[in-house]
Design a protein around this ligand. Structure first.
Ligand code: BES
Ligand code: ZN
Length: 462
């Protein structure tokens, strides 16, 4: 009898010790459950698909819609509840397709910042490209009549080159920049379609034997894609929500490999992994449309939340430009607008556990991505983005045609996805030691207690 009692006491002690050890070992072990599964090749393939197969994804464009369909399909395949949330956004989009001497897509930017260029409609205008020099009054050959004028920027004002082309009988005008940057041009009152293009594209069209189709269309709708997962066990549901986000649109002429194919791909990869992990709060994956035109998608998403919903959402982890290969962009910033918030603190703690502290700067005061929409709605948000230490500069091909796969760093991609995945999972996993879950009601401050230092025993109550 006595030995039986001793035996059960020993067993109890062993059990308690095991529990205590599990409690101590947990943070780093839980990180490994996430980071060991992150597949860089899978993320690279998604960036390739978005930036090369689809290409430029301007807000409201058919290409942006193609990307939203792809994202929704992937979420669905992983088993999430998926909603495509449409919202109105009026935009104009221009396309140039070279027909002769070969078929080729040429990226152009429609009109200026106050775009007033008339639209061609879905058929577009087909014509010969006629080199009209710098667009001075004497520089227009007779054959420009009924054709498309190509004018180099540099000597005339935009208004003059445009008006001269129209006077010479051109049916559309293309203005070539003197560098590879995208730009806007305001030509005054516009009565024929016009667009701008970079130097590389302009040179492709020059030469006298080029026929193109120029098309400009009006689009009206953009969309967010939202994948949701609630805790499997209702009794374990704390009632809170964490939102991971990334925008998937891009600016005109930029294929948006890093901005923001990278964040979109990381969002999809974390969705794949987090689908099968135990959680004690709801997780939402939000792929935002129309970010580049003023955070339109994320602001719409936040505007559709009830007051109670806003209070339930305790954090927004936003990934925007998470894989640049730019040499100077060696530090992963966590941009916040409310200082050292939950996102910044959990990111710092995760980076420390993963041995990535030297790569991370959190927090840094900056908006300009979708986390700002959450901040405006009273929700703690942070944007993960590689920038230059000290200057916070972005890579030189930011918003340019060179934002392509060749400038993606697989190593930085992995570091960023690891930190975001581990930080986010430290919040949503059941009984996390990093959070004191308030069960007394929503809207209470979530207190983050610092992580249990190595070697300090935390004996669970029996
Ligand atoms: N990914 C960019 C750049 C960015 C992200 C800048 C986070 C700063 C912080 C983002 O998509 C972007 O270009 N944002 C716009 C502002 C937006 C409100 C239109 C920008 O910074 O010009
Ligand atoms: Zn961006």
């Amino acid at each position: 009898m006595k030995s039986r009692k001793l035996m059960s006491t020993v067993l109890a002690v062993v059990l308690v010790t095991a529990l205590a050890v599990a409690a101590i070992a947990s943070p780093a072990a839980f990180d490994q459950k996430i980071v060991s599964q992150i597949s860089v090749p899978r993320m690279m393939e998604d960036v390739r698909y978005l930036s090369e197969d689809i290409g430029v994804r301007i807000a409201s464009s058919p290409e942006e819609e193609m990307a939203s369909d792809y994202i929704a399909d992937v979420f669905q395949k992983y088993g999430y509840d998926v909603e495509i949330q449409e919202f109105p956004y009026a935009n104009r989009i221009a396309y140039v397709t070279m027909l002769e001497p070969e078929m080729k897509k040429i990226d152009v930017r429609i009109g200026g910042s106050r775009t007033n260029a008339p639209l061609t409609g879905p058929e577009g205008i087909t014509g010969k490209v006629v080199d009209c020099g710098f667009g001075g009054p004497e520089e227009f050959p007779a054959e420009v009549e009924g054709n498309i004028a190509l004018i180099r920027r540099g000597q005339q004002t935009f208004v003059n080159m445009y008006n001269n082309a129209r006077a010479a009988g051109a049916v559309a005008v293309l203005i070539q920049n003197y560098s590879w940057t995208a730009f806007s041009a305001n030509v005054g009152t516009a009565t024929i379609p016009y667009a701008t293009l970079n130097d590389e594209a302009g040179e492709l069209l020059r030469g006298g034997n080029v026929v193109i189709n120029y098309k400009s269309i009006q689009a009206d709708t953009s969309r967010n894609v939202i994948a949701t997962r609630k805790p499997d066990n209702k009794n374990k549901d704390t009632g809170y929500v964490v939102v991971l986000s990334a925008h998937y649109d891009s600016v005109p002429t930029a294929p948006g490999a890093n901005d923001n194919g990278s964040g979109t791909a990381a969002l999809l990869e974390l969705a794949r992994i987090l689908k099968s992990q135990p959680i004690d709060m709801e997780i939402r994956f939000l792929a935002c449309g129309a970010e580049e035109v003023g955070l339109v998608g994320s602001r719409y998403y936040v505007s559709q939340l009830s007051a109670q919903e806003r209070e339930r959402i305790i954090a927004n982890y936003n990934m925007d430009m998470v894989a640049t290969a730019g040499e100077a962009q060696s530090l992963l910033y966590v941009n916040t607008l409310d200082g050292d918030n939950l996102v910044a603190r959990t990111a710092r703690a995760a980076a420390e556990r993963l041995g990535y502290s030297d790569y991370l700067l959190a927090p840094y005061h900056r908006g300009s991505s979708d986390h700002q929409a959450f901040y405006e709605g009273g929700i703690e948000g942070g944007n993960f983005i590689w920038r230059e230490p000290g200057t916070a500069a972005l890579e030189p091909w930011y918003h340019q045609p060179h934002d392509t796969m060749e400038h993606i760093s697989q190593e930085r991609f992995k570091i960023a996805a690891d930190i975001v995945g581990a930080a986010c999972y430290s919040v949503i996993r059941p009984d996390t030691p990093s959070l004191i879950h308030s069960r007394t009601g929503y809207g209470e401050t979530i207190e983050l207690i610092e992580f249990v230092p190595e070697g300090v025993e935390e004996v669970p109550e029996i």
